[in-house]
Design a protein around this ligand. Structure first.
Ligand code: MTE
Length: 317
């Protein structure tokens, strides 16, 4: 297994203490608080840059995050293999810098942007979100990133922009499993414009106050915590506004099992397993894993239920 670099093992206790400090600073009206020498997107491990200033938020208050090790060693990233440990072993071939994102379609400001420039205008925030995979396991993850809505507004979507489509890098050298026909590459995902503009929608560039590990979707991934994990597309290179609904990768793969909406819903089972409960990664024992009841919209109903008023969620799963 690939060794986790030293900077990644700064333990969670230290990290969480630092986070408490940051919260207090914000509470005292300091506004922004420096994390110290955390990596910048361009510089990797050392030095200043964007990661110098991350603002704590109330998202996830009271939730206990999983460890860095758990979050970065149990992954789904089929561009690096289909096993849960494959991405941590194999994703070292991905080069997250330099990185470019193309913005296209129904918007005024189209173009290709360097990731640094793309992210620079926005305040980096930390948000602790629940994460629920369609395979019925879950984690709690302290993401670092920016509000998706603030980013999208910058490009001035037109009135025809009803959907936003995201694509992952297509590069067989950096993502060797793309040589295999496991999925129809590049991995593609989409949201309605209302979902994309919801305050919960997030573009993550880091976790635990550091740049994203490659296996978690470096350098830029989507985080939509009320939806199943497969909506959270990794290593994004393209954002496209369009009028018609896209077909996302897993819908394309098996439309009877994976829909466009993919809202976490304990009342609509996957055709092959129940969605009523979830196994909490790393809790309990192998023979008796800890399970918890799955919550509607993964517990984010107050923020997102209104998006689906009048929609039959048994059909629009
Ligand atoms: N994005 C890409 N490009 N490729 C993938 O295989 N897997 C999805 C999603 N994003 C995937 C992806 C699935 S099925 C899940 S559950 C989450 O990423 C897993 O995210 P994590 O590995 O950070 O927990």
């Amino acid at each position: 297994m690939k060794k986790i670099p030293e900077y990644c093992v700064t333990n969670e206790a230290d990290y969480l203490n630092r986070r408490t400090f940051i919260k207090k600073s914000v509470g005292l009206g300091v506004g922004l608080a420096a994390f110290g020498s955390l990596p910048s997107l361009a510089e990797g491990v050392q030095g200043g840059g964007l990661f110098d200033k991350i603002v704590a938020t109330d998202y996830g208050k009271g939730l206990v995050p999983h460890t860095y090790k758990e979050i970065s060693n149990y992954n789904n990233f089929y561009e690096f293999g289909t096993g849960k440990r494959d991405p941590a072993k194999n994703a070292h071939t991905l080069k997250p810098a330099p990185w470019h994102i193309e913005v296209s379609g129904e918007c005024v400001k189209r173009g290709v942007y360097d990731l640094e420039d793309f992210i620079a205008p926005y305040q980096l925030q930390e948000r602790i979100y629940r994460f629920r995979c369609v395979e019925a396991w879950s984690m709690v993850i302290p993401w670092v990133g920016v509000s998706l809505a603030s980013v999208l507004k910058t490009f001035q979507p037109t009135s025809k922009a009803k959907y936003v489509v995201f694509k992952t890098l297509l590069d067989k050298t950096q993502m060797p499993w793309q040589k295999r026909p496991t999925l129809d590459w590049p991995y593609t995902e989409g949201l309605t414009i209302a979902e994309a503009m919801n305050p919960l929608s997030f573009l993550a560039v880091g976790l635990y106050g550091k740049t994203l590990p490659n296996q978690n979707g470096a350098p830029l991934r989507l985080v939509v915590p009320w939806k199943y994990g497969f909506k959270n597309i990794k290593s994004i290179v393209s954002i496209h506004f369009q009028e018609t609904a896209p077909i996302n990768t897993w819908q394309d793969q098996a439309a009877s099992e994976y829909g466009f909406y993919a809202n976490v819903n304990p009342n609509v089972d996957h055709p092959r397993w129940s969605q009523a409960r979830e196994r909490v990664i790393g809790r309990g024992s192998f023979f008796s894993p800890e399970k918890r009841k799955t919550e509607m919209f993964n517990g984010y109903g107050d923020e997102v239920a209104h998006l689906y008023t009048g929609l039959d969620l048994t059909k629009n799963f």
